[in-house]
Design a protein around this ligand. Structure first.
Ligand code: LLP
Length: 463
C-alpha cells in the first residue's frame, strides 16, 4: 500500500501500512455484517440500530460505556451449534466467555449444556436453573470446596486435569457416597494460535495431562481403578481463536489413538470425547470464521474416520464453544471524549471506557474494528487509535482503525465482537465502574448485568 493511498493524507502516512487498516474501507458508513451482531444495521437517519433500537436512545437510557447484546443473535447461534452437531453430540457453552443468569436461561431454553470453571460460574448456572447434569466442571486447580459442591449437586461431568485431582475427586465422591462421571483432560501436543498451529512442548503448560510419555494412559489406568469415579471419556482443548481445522484434526486423531490404547489394555471403550472450544470469530473484516455446520462436519468426519481405522465404535462427541457463540453478539458503546491529533504520528481518540472493559487489546494485542454509530458521516477517513481513560499508556481499545475525520467529542462509537472475554475479564482498574450488559431483542432492551456503582465499590471497601 503506497502512502498516497491514504486519503487521510500524509499526517497518518508513517503510522502503519499493513493489515486491514492499510487502506480505509470504501464507505465508513457500511457495517460489515461479519463483525456485527445480526440485527445491527444503520437506519435512514444514519444512526445504527440493534434489535430495532437506535444506539442514541440506548446511550440515553443506559449510559456509556455499555455492552449491548443481541439476544436473538445469541439464541440463533446456540441453535446453529445444536443443530449442526445434532442429537448424537453435545454442545457445552463455555461460560468463561460471558456468563449471567439470563444467558444461562437462554442456553437452557435453546438446548445447550454449560461448561463452568469456577464455583462462581457454577453458582450462577445453578441459580438460574441449569440442571446439574447438563453442567461440566473444568479447571486446573479446583478447590476441595468446589469439587465437593460439584459432586454434591451432581454435575454431569468433572474434567480431571491432573493426577492429584483424579485421587481428590475419587476421595470426595466416596466420602459423599456418590459416583461422579469424569473425563480426563489430555494435552495432545498441538497448540493452536489464531491462524496457525504449532507443535509445542506440551508439558510446558499448566493444563491437562500429556499424551506424550504415556502419562495420559497412566491417568486412565488410575481413574479406571479408583472408586467413586466413572471415567466416561477424554477431553482435549487446543487453544483459542482458531480458524484452521488442522489442529483439531491432530487433536481428534491423538485422542482416538488413546481410546484405542485404552481398549487394547483394559478392554474398555470409553464412550465420549470432548474436543473443547477455541473456534475463531471475525473481529475485523480480514477474519473468516467457519460456520458451525462446517465445523461439526469436519470434526465428525475426522472422528468417524479415525475410529473406523482403529476398529472403535464412534464415541459421542462434545464441543465447548464460548467465543463463537457470544463473541459476535455484542458490541461496546462508547462516547468520544478527547481527540488528539499528533502531526506526522497518529490521532488518539479517547473514550469513556478502556482496558477496564476490554483488556484483550492490551493483553493479547487483539485487533478490533470500530465505527461511528450515532450518525452517518461522509467525511474523509482518518486513521485513529482508540484509547481508554485509564492511567496507563497501554490502555488501547482499538490499535488502528479508520473513523471519519469530522469525529467530535460527544459522538458515539462502537466496537463490535466484544461479547466474549470482555465483560468477563473486566476490572475495576482506577476504580472504574464495570459497564452493564444490556440485552436487546425485538425493540426491547433490558439490563441483564447492571452497571457497577460507587456504592458497590465502597461496599467492598470495609475501611
Ligand atoms: N473449553 C475449555 C476447556 C477452555 O479452556 C476454553 C477456553 C473453552 C472451552 C472456550 O474457548 P473459546 O471457544 O471461547 O475460545 N481470555 C482469552 C480466552 C481464554 C480461553 C480460555 N479457555 C481471550 O480473551 O481470548
Amino acid at each position: 500500500m503506497s502512502r498516497s493511498a491514504h486519503p487521510a493524507g500524509p499526517r497518518h502516512a508513517d503510522v502503519l501500512t499493513e493489515g486491514h487498516y492499510a487502506a480505509p474501507p470504501a464507505d465508513l458508513n457500511v457495517l460489515d455484517e461479519k463483525v456485527w451482531a445480526r440485527t445491527v444495521s444503520r437506519n435512514d437517519d444514519g444512526a445504527v440500530t440493534v434489535g430495532g433500537i437506535e444506539v442514541t436512545r440506548l446511550a440515553e437510557e443506559f449510559g456509556t460505556p455499555a455492552y449491548f447484546l443481541d439476544e436473538s443473535d445469541f439464541r440463533a447461534r446456540c441453535r446453529a451449534w445444536a443443530d449442526a452437531f445434532g442429537p448424537g453430540a453435545d454442545v457445552f457453552y463455555a461460560g468463561k466467555a460471558f456468563l449471567s443468569r439470563a444467558v444461562v436461561r437462554w442456553l437452557k431454553e435453546e438446548g445447550l449444556n454449560l461448561d463452568v470453571c469456577s464455583g462462581g460460574e457454577l453458582t450462577t448456572a445453578l441459580d438460574a436453573g441449569m440442571p446439574a447434569e447438563r453442567i461440566a466442571f473444568h479447571g486446573n486447580n479446583k478447590t476441595v470446596a468446589e469439587i465437593e459442591r460439584a459432586v454434591q449437586v451432581g454435575v454431569g461431568r468433572i474434567v480431571l486435569d491432573s493426577f492429584q485431582e483424579i485421587v481428590r475427586v475419587s476421595h470426595i465422591a466416596q466420602r459423599l457416597g456418590k459416583r461422579q462421571r469424569v473425563q480426563i483432560r489430555v494435552t495432545v501436543g498441538v497448540e493452536a494460535h489464531t491462524h496457525e498451529f504449532i507443535a509445542t512442548a506440551h508439558e510446558d503448560q499448566k493444563f491437562g495431562i500429556a499424551l506424550a510419555g504415556g502419562q495420559a494412559a497412566e491417568a486412565v489406568r488410575r481413574a479406571l481403578t479408583l472408586d467413586g469415579i466413572e471415567l466416561i471419556g477424554i477431553h482435549s482443548h487446543i487453544g483459542s481463536q482458531i480458524f484452521d481445522m488442522a489442529g483439531f484434526e491432530v487433536s481428534a486423531r491423538r485422542v482416538v489413538q488413546l481410546l484405542a490404547e485404552v481398549r487394547d489394555e483394559h478392554g474398555v471403550e470409553l464412550p465420549e470425547i470432548d474436543l473443547g472450544g477455541g473456534l475463531g470469530i471475525a473481529y475485523t473484516s480480514d477474519d473468516d470464521p467457519r460456520e458451525p455446520h462446517e465445523i461439526a462436519k469436519a470434526l465428525g468426519d475426522i472422528v468417524t474416520r479415525e475410529c473406523e481405522a482403529a476398529g472403535l465404535a464412534t464415541p459421542r462427541i462434545s464441543v465447548e464453544p464460548g467465543r463463537a457463540i457470544v463473541g459476535p453478539t455484542a458490541f461496546t458503546l462508547y462516547e468520544v471524549g478527547t481527540i488528539k491529533h499528533l502531526e506526522g504520528l497518529r490521532t488518539y481518540v479517547s473514550v469513556d471506557g478502556g482496558m477496564s472493559d476490554n483488556i484483550r487489546t492490551a493483553l493479547y494485542d487483539a485487533e478490533y474494528s470500530v465505527a461511528l454509530v450515532s450518525r452517518r458521516s461522509d467525511a474523509e477517513p482518518m486513521l485513529v487509535r482508540v484509547v481508554g481513560k485509564h492511567c496507563e499508556s497501554g490502555d488501547i481499545v482499538v490499535k488502528d482503525a479508520f473513523l471519519p475525520s469530522d469525529l467530535a467529542p460527544g459522538d458515539l462509537i462502537a466496537v463490535p465482537a466484544t461479547g466474549a472475554y470482555c465483560r468477563s475479564m473486566a476490572s475495576n482498574y482506577n476504580h472504574a465502574l464495570r459497564p452493564p450488559v444490556v440485552a436487546v431483542r425485538d425493540g426491547e432492551a433490558r439490563v441483564i448485568v447492571r452497571r457497577e456503582t460507587e456504592e458497590d465499590l465502597l461496599r467492598l471497601d470495609v475501611g
